[in-house]
Design a protein around this ligand. Structure first.
Ligand code: GDP
Length: 459
């Protein structure tokens, strides 16, 4: 277990700051109840019982001023989210009341919680595995329902169960190897073929987990769809049409979209992040050059690139851009289809043969459904399907499953090649360690910090 002090009492506002019906101040640690007692005066006298909401006021112990009318409750250590004694004060929403209450709680001896510290404590007290803690974060961030489903499956422990089963399979093989080492006379020679078959089964399950990882990432983060093309071809208009409302600034002056804009949409269960980039022209001033550099960067990080060309403009010029975009990840969008007659549309299709192509009109808003279909088809070829959840959702998890698979494969090959049993056992131990790390055993402190820094304060 990582050395991290949990003796302090921490507090934070656990709801988004801003106008809302309620704002919750959360307290966790050994002094949670004591602090609640100091600042909370129930309307009716009587002991504060755990899990029971009480109506009352938060009162400044110095001077006796009432700060807010609130509902308050507490939870005993061992039976709360963090595993520690916790208190929660539900104030009226809005910034002022919540801040005033938090200030009082901090004066009472709590310190401000760091990002994700409540969930970190839950992990450190064994209330959640690391994969489950990551799932909590994913639930907060889920861009669409399929992403949410994957996170809920993780939180429900499905990933943990799978990983524990896999660990058990590895331990069984290890035990057989060790038995033959420790008691060669009683156990006899190891049955290399049988053990190899068992490991093959484990490897197949690991591979299945891995193949879902890409799906999991997209469901968790959204498919990154980047619009690129020369200025004035109608990228912003297309973005607006796809979003169904006026978001980006549409102007007739080339090169007005200076920064990368990003919007999230849901395409029949496929969460999509639409990114508009500045036009790819020769940057004339420094700001434009910077925007063009950003656009190139956005393209390199894209899951799918929409190369937008002006259907009414020169075809050869548009063709030049094909060298800038990744084949297999690009859909060419011939925009301003309203300015093309049927003959010209056919010409475009012929010129762009070999590239997924769709003719649309952002202005008249047609061709958009076909555009969505083309994108869905393109990613389906990579095994990504709208609306499907996956167990592995994070790069960290993917890397560990991969590391485990390497160990298992080495052990399997070792068995087949007649490598001594103790060497095979070492490979399996490494594979098992990777699985342990997935659940949060023996995780380095930096890794934990990195994961929990992604959370918001108050979670
Ligand atoms: P961007 O620089 O690529 O983002 O292009 P804009 O979206 O700002 O559009 C540039 C110009 O093309 C504007 O005057 C738009 O009204 C016009 N435009 C965009 N899409 C279409 C379209 O589908 N048909 C026609 N006729 N004009 C369009």
């Amino acid at each position: 277990m990582v050395a991290m002090g949990t003796g302090e009492t921490i507090a934070a506002v656990s709801t988004p700051l801003g106008e809302g019906a309620i704002g919750i101040v959360r307290i966790s640690g050994p002094r949670a109840l004591a602090i609640l007692r100091e600042v909370f005066v129930p309307r009716r006298p009587g002991e504060l019982r755990p899990y029971v909401l009480r109506l009352g006021w938060v009162v400044d112990p110095e001077g006796g001023r009432r700060l807010d009318e609130v509902l308050a409750t507490w939870m005993p250590a061992g039976r709360s989210y963090t595993g520690e004694e916790m208190a929660e004060i539900q104030c009226h929403g809005g910034v002022a009341a919540v801040r005033a209450v938090l200030r009082l709680v901090l004066r009472g001896g709590a310190r401000m919680a760091r990002r994700g510290e409540f969930t970190l404590r839950a992990f450190l007290h064994g209330r959640l595995s690391l994969a489950e803690a990551e799932a909590v974060l994913d639930i907060i961030r889920a861009p669409g329902e399929a992403g949410l489903e994957g996170a809920l499956r993780q939180l429900g422990g499905e990933l943990r169960e799978t990983v524990e089963e896999l660990s058990l399979e590895l331990r069984r093989v290890t035990a057989a190897l060790e038995a033959s080492l420790d008691f060669p006379d009683e156990v006899g020679e190891i049955d290399r073929e049988a053990l190899g078959l068992q490991l093959e089964g484990t490897a197949a399950r690991l591979r299945a987990l891995l193949s879902g990882a890409e799906q999991g990432r997209v469901m968790r983060e959204g498919l990154r769809l980047v619009l690129m093309g020369r200025p004035n071809v109608g990228k912003s208009s297309l973005l607006n049409a796809l979003l169904g409302e006026e978001r980006a600034i549409v102007t007739a002056v080339p090169g007005t979209t200076r920064d990368v804009l990003e919007e999230a949409v849901d395409w029949h269960g496929l969460p999509v992040r639409l990114c508009d980039t500045a036009g790819l022209s020769e940057g004339r001033d420094a700001a434009e050059a910077l925007a063009v550099a950003r656009a190139r960067e956005a393209v390199s990080g894209a899951d799918v690139v929409l190369l937008v060309v002006d259907g009414s403009a020169d075809m050869a010029e548009a063709e030049e851009l094909l060298g800038e975009v990744p084949r297999g990840r690009t859909v060419v969008v011939v925009n301003k289809g309203d300015l093309c007659d049927g003959l010209r549309r056919d010409q475009w299709r012929r010129r762009l043969a070999g590239w997924p192509t769709v003719v649309v009109s952002a202005r008249e808003r047609w061709g958009l459904a076909e555009l969505r279909e083309q994108v869905v088809e393109l990613v389906a070829a990579r095994g990504i399907r709208p609306g499907e959840s996956a167990l592995i959702t994070r790069e960290r998890q993917r890397r560990l499953v991969e590391r485990c698979l390497v160990g298992v494969e080495e052990a399997r090959e070792g068995l087949a090649a007649g490598v001594p049993a103790d060497c095979v056992a070492v490979c399996l131990a490494e594979a098992g360690e990777a699985l342990g790390e997935l659940l949060g055993r023996n995780v380095r402190e930096e890794v934990l910090e990195e994961i929990f820094a992604d959370f918001c304060v108050g979670k």
